[in-house]
Design a protein around this ligand. Structure first.
Ligand code: S3P
Length: 427
């Protein structure tokens, strides 16, 4: 349990740790590459550790150098991984399970993937179905929908697949499988989801064809690489939100990935009246910069279904921000939130209601009426890292202290979150 109160002022800067999505992808690609790759500023998250451990069980050689904050991998080539004698435990990480399904579907051996209680409840059919169409044999619990799943990899055939929902995880599983398949693999997504995989493929010189929201790839060897992972915008977002809604805040966030497919939260806050500046420092393979944010009077807006994939992980945090803004905020088209690490619509509405916020659930989103002064409360994280951090932000603007239980869940994406948060407190 942790006690969080509202500071008088917030000042200072935070160096944002490596992006979780990019780190998973870099580790997987480096394991399948020819030769030695180096990854700097890898995400320190427990989720990325899950990917590392699973890849090691599959024979990938991964060495971390604590001093230089670098990870070195000796790639095994696309067909060089080996069968694990034990089930592959993906912990809490949906990205680990779903992306690796794409890789394991194309290996000529048998694998079992499993995860913690939360991951065992999350839908896997969305990857199982296209992998079966490509030729893999897959059996899973509950009529082929849930972990644990057993995969007998096979010689895959490229397919054309239209994603029923916008999901970067499913898109990536298909593109990774496409690197191992005979013929062309084409994925079409209904809305633009995060494009880290496409950027990495292009940066590595892999023959990705991209036409609007349609991506095609053919089987091809992967060269080794050296990559510096930019800071995770989803981690930076908690400080953006806090600076915006605290009455006396000025924060600088360094090394932030400002990929347009990830910064929907910043765009919505800009529409709401956020005062911020960005200095762009690098462009390829991902845009990176410094973000300066300060206290801002905000007015609530409507978030449309088309915007949702660009801020999917920040929506619970947006609910927190909306409690402090004038007017009504509505979010539609976000039913995916119900199948994340927790039912994030239910979790955030339940906990913010305890603090005195005016908000309600919709089947596919939520409505918040603001502004409401929040009061401290006894808060639960619902075993969900993003709910934990969103509630910490709410507690840091409430007029009395809150007790947050389950705070350790922040390690899933941002182990140093509370140290970074409290370092900004001025009494
Ligand atoms: C991720 C994609 C998103 C996101 C998740 C990470 C990724 O999930 O919510 O935290 O790394 O591709 P979906 O693609 O399933 O929406």
């Amino acid at each position: 349990m942790i006690i969080i109160h509202k500071p008088k002022r917030l000042r200072g800067e935070v160096f944002i740790p490596g992006d979780k999505s990019i780190s998973h992808r870099a580790l997987i690609l480096a394991s399948l590459a020819e030769g030695v790759s180096t990854i700097e500023n890898l995400s320190p998250s427990a989720d990325v550790q899950s990917t590392c451990k699973v890849l090691q069980k599959l024979g990938s050689e991964i060495f971390s150098n604590e001093k230089s904050h670098e990870v070195t991998l000796r790639g095994k080539g696309r067909c060089g991984l080996r069968e694990s004698p034990v089930p592959l435990f993906c912990g809490n990480s949906g990205t680990t399970a779903r992306l690796l399904m794409g890789v394991l579907a194309g290996q000529r051996f048998f694998s079992v993937l499993t995860g913690d209680q939360s991951l065992q409840r999350r839908p896997m059919q969305r990857v199982i179905v296209p992998m079966q169409q490509m030729g893999a044999q897959i059996l899973a619990r509950q009529q082929n929908t849930l972990l644990p799943i057993a995969i007998q990899g096979a010689h895959l055939r490229g397919i054309r697949y239209e994603l029923p929902i916008a999901s970067a995880q499913v898109k990536t599983a298909l593109l990774l499988a496409g690197l191992l398949a005979e013929g062309e693999t084409t994925v079409v997504e209904p809305l633009q989801s995060r494009d880290h995989t496409e950027r990495l493929f292009q940066w590595l010189g892999l023959p990705l064809q991209k036409v609007n929201l349609q991506y095609s790839i053919e089987s091809t060897p992967i060269p080794s690489f050296r990559l510096s992972v930019p800071g995770d915008f989803s981690s930076a977002a908690y400080f953006v939100a806090l600076a915006a809604i605290h009455p006396d805040a000025e924060l600088t966030l360094r090394n932030v990935n400002i990929n347009p497919t990830r910064i929907g939260f910043l765009e919505v806050l800009q529409r709401m009246g956020l005062k911020y500046e960005i200095q762009v420092e690098k462009q390829s393979p991902e845009p990176v910069g410094t973000l300066m944010v300060r206290s801002s009077p905000l007015r609530n807006v409507a978030v449309s279904a088309a915007e949702v994939p660009k801020l999917i992980d920040e929506l619970p945090l947006l609910a927190v921000v909306a409690t402090q803004a004038e007017g009504k905020l509505t979010v539609h088209g976000a039913q995916e939130l119900r199948v994340k690490e927790s039912d994030r619509i239910r979790s955030i509405v339940t906990e913010l209601t305890r603090m005195g916020a005016q908000l309600s659930e919709l089947t596919d989103g939520f409505v918040v009426e603001g502004p409401t002064p929040l009061h401290g409360a006894f808060l639960r994280t619902h075993g969900d890292h993003r709910i934990a951090m969103a509630l910490a932000v709410a507690a840091a603007v409430a007029h009395s202290p809150s007790q947050l239980t389950g705070e350790r869940w922040v390690t899933i994406s941002y182990p140093d979150f509370f140290n970074a948060l409290f370092s900004l407190y001025e009494v």
